[in-house]
Design a protein around this ligand. Sequence first.
Ligand code: PLP
Ligand code: COI
Length: 338
Amino acid sequence: MKVDWNKLGFDYVKTNVNIRYEYKGGEWSEMQVTEDEYIPMHISTTCLHYGLECFEGLKAFKGADGKVRIFRMDENAKRMQSSARKLCLPIPTQSMFEKACYECVQRNIDFVPPYGSGASLYLRPLLIGTKVGLGVKSSPEAMFIVFCSPVGAYFKDGMKPIKVIIDRMQDRAAPRGTGDIKAGGNYASSILSGEKAHVMGYSNVMYLDAVEHKYIEECGAANFFGIKDNTYVTPKSPSILPSITNKSLRQLAQHLGMKVEERPISVEELGEFSEAGACGTAAVISPIESVYDIDTEKIVRYGEEVGPVSLKLYNMLQDIQYGRAEDLFGWTKVVERA
Ligand code: PLP
Ligand code: COI
């Protein structure tokens, strides 16, 4: 095994094994461990046609003390259960989800990047409807997989604020749709505007609500937050994915004595924040340098330097993830070597 830890991006790297469970005849199989990176699949499998699929994303970190910690996998388990419920897919149990993540890290422990590289091991739990059929209906058969890949530091040269664009050409999710779960279809409907933004030199699209196109929803594949008057403000809407990073940052902000508000944030309010950022597992915190509204041609600038509150929250979160600070909230699970 040879991985150049300093050259890792956010890409698939082959590891030792992945973990699988199959659901058939009303029950989950025993856990299977396989080196096989492929899934044999009939051409008429539901997940290929009707988007009966959801996934998760979480990370394991090699700490300053040499221990490997998985971050908040209980929360990812709960979110996958709510995704499965909404897609009428068989629901993985909390314990099988956590066991699969733990096994996946333990059996691929040499792929957890070393402390100090800024890299981590990204876990990708995946749930697919495997029933063969042609009609649009739920899938009583499923496969649950957890695989992993070492991924690089999001910011190779330290945190670098990003430019984002508001573009109303494409809605990510509707209020009564699937925006609040991690369904693949949500990402499908963000590709076109995302590609356009990249061509124009922006890192992310800031998605607005699909009804009035007035309120902030998400920032690419991450939640949005703004800081003003010692308050951490983040959007509230039925079509936003409840980010576990955002939830953690809210807890940390409260711990710092800040106020926390979850409420609709209009595009007009963007100019009132002293700092703004995107947050998620992959990005941790991406501070926002500027937001350009393509329709009104207005631009809000937060600056090229990382704001002090964003930096403080980022450090607090990473200190817990890398075992440099006490895990005050019980967020991490240490993985022992087998
Ligand atoms: N919003 C979307 C659309 C995402 O894809 C993600 C990534 O997981 C997030 C928010 C952030 O969620 P989390 O912090 O749980 O990774
Ligand atoms: C994550 O942050 O974990 C994500 O899932 C974002 C993206 C890579 C889909």
